[in-house]
Structures are given as C-alpha cells and as structure tokens.
Design a protein around this ligand. Sequence first.
Ligand code: NAD
Length: 260
Amino acid sequence: ILKDKVALVTGSTSGIGLAIARSLAAEGARVMLHGFGDREANLQLKDELAALSNDCAGFSEADLADPEAIDGLVAQCTDELGSPSILVNNAGVQHVAPITDFPPEKWDWIMAVNLSAVFHTTRLCLPSMRQRGFGRIINTASAHSVVASPNKAPYVAAKHGVAGFTKAVALETAREGITVNCISPGYVWTTLVENQIPDTMKARNMTREQVMNDVLLAAQPTKRFVEPVEVAALALFLCRPEAGSITGANLSMDGGWTAQ
Ligand code: NAD
C-alpha cells in the first residue's frame, strides 16, 4: 500500500523506530533509516529495508540535537529517495533525576531531541507534502504526554509539548490531505527503557526486579511491556487512506495506563 512513498523515520536504528521502518518498507515504502549505533550493523539494516522495497533505502546518522544536521537529513533523504510523504518523528532520549539535581545541559538535550527536532523536521517536510496534497506525520509521544512520573520532568515536558505541537500542525494542515498524529505508548521493551533502570535503581534505592515490577509496570494494568511491532502496526494504519480523518489525535497504546 505504500509503493512510491518515501518515509523518513527518525531514530529507526533500534526499538520502536526500527519496527516502524520495517513495517513501512514491507509495504513498499522507500525508507530513510536514521539514528546512532554500530555503523556496520546499521548499514546491514539499511540493506534489509532496501531488499523489501525495490532496492531503495537510505541511511543517516544526523544528530537531531543540531538543527543544521536536521537540514542535512531532510536534504539527503530528498536527494537519495525523494521528498518524504511520510514523516515519523520517533527519536527520543531520556535522563532520570530529581528536578534539583537535573543537569541543565540534559534539559537542553532532551528538549532539542524530543521536541525541537520534531518542529524542524516538520517545517522542512511540510512544503513538499502540501505540493503533493498528501502527507502523514506520526510523532512517537508517550503516556508521558498525558500523565507524569517523578524524576522525569524534562521528558514529560517535552512529550506534552509534542502532543500540543501535533494538534496545532494538524489544524494548520487539515484541508490539505495531510494528517498529523501522535502515538503514545506506555512502557515498550527497548534499550531506552533498559538504560533507565540503573538510574531509577539509584534514585529510588531499589533492585532491578523492583524497578521493573513496582515502577515501570506498576502503572500498566496489562502488566506486560508493549511490543515495538504493536506500535508499528498502528503507525502503518495511520498511513493508510482509510486513516485520512484521524488527525490531531493522541492515540494511546499503554495497556490501560492513562485510563486510571
Ligand atoms: P531506542 O533507544 O531503542 O531508540 C531511540 C532511537 O533514537 C535510536 O535509533 C537512536 O539512535 C536515536 N537517537 C537518539 N538520540 C538521537 C539523536 N540525538 N540524533 C539522532 N538519533 C538519535 O528507544 P525507543 O524506546 O525505541 O524510543 C523511541 C521513541 O519512543 C522515543 O521518542 C521514546 O521517547 C518513545 N517512547 C518509548 C517508550 C518505551 O517504553 N520504550 C515509551 C513511550 C515512548
């Protein structure tokens, strides 16, 4: 269903983004893989995506904390694959600490990657979507775009920001064949979650087991982590023509977390 479509998926070298990149490529989209990590492994992932869609995929390691690098990312995608009609703003970072101990440079970094980068990619990709009369912007927000947890103030602020930004851009593009939505997962088992376990252990003086059961899954009534492929299936649905009336929405996939 996505043949001839170009998809830029930020933060797609691992976790949720990789699952989304794979599901879009499997439907024939030319996908721009993007993110950090082992370069050899990432180039193999790019080949894997290319094999799914007519030997066409790209790869970038642009740092989303740097607006100039974001210019380069969109330009590279446009040169190599074509201008994206699907933009998935998925990359995100986390740091866990009480607010008075939060390093100000970590605040700047979380805001830059989790929120400002969404503004930059969106403003750069919208003109060609408008020309084409079709576009899909999907932002990976979080249950933390709706509710909060202690020791994550910058992340919660940035994700609430993404939800608000999504609504505003949805209204600006509502009559142009473009939809703008966020998906808000609860805890998904990825490296981002795994990496915050040691800090949470320290901050709350808990064992690894206690952090998993009493902190992470405490709020998730299903008592299981969301799978990246489940998020990918929803992202793919949002790209379908039948999803044309879903815009400005913040779609929860959180095992009932925010129903409480
Ligand atoms: P992940 O750590 O597995 O993947 C993050 C991706 O972003 C990687 O590809 C990484 O290389 C890339 N990235 C990070 N910083 C970057 C930067 N400065 N420039 C370019 N790329 C950068 O994480 P994930 O869990 O798959 O998270 C993906 C998104 O889902 C994030 O926005 C996160 O906030 C959100 N989310 C995750 C969960 C969860 O439980 N895992 C829950 C809700 C929301």
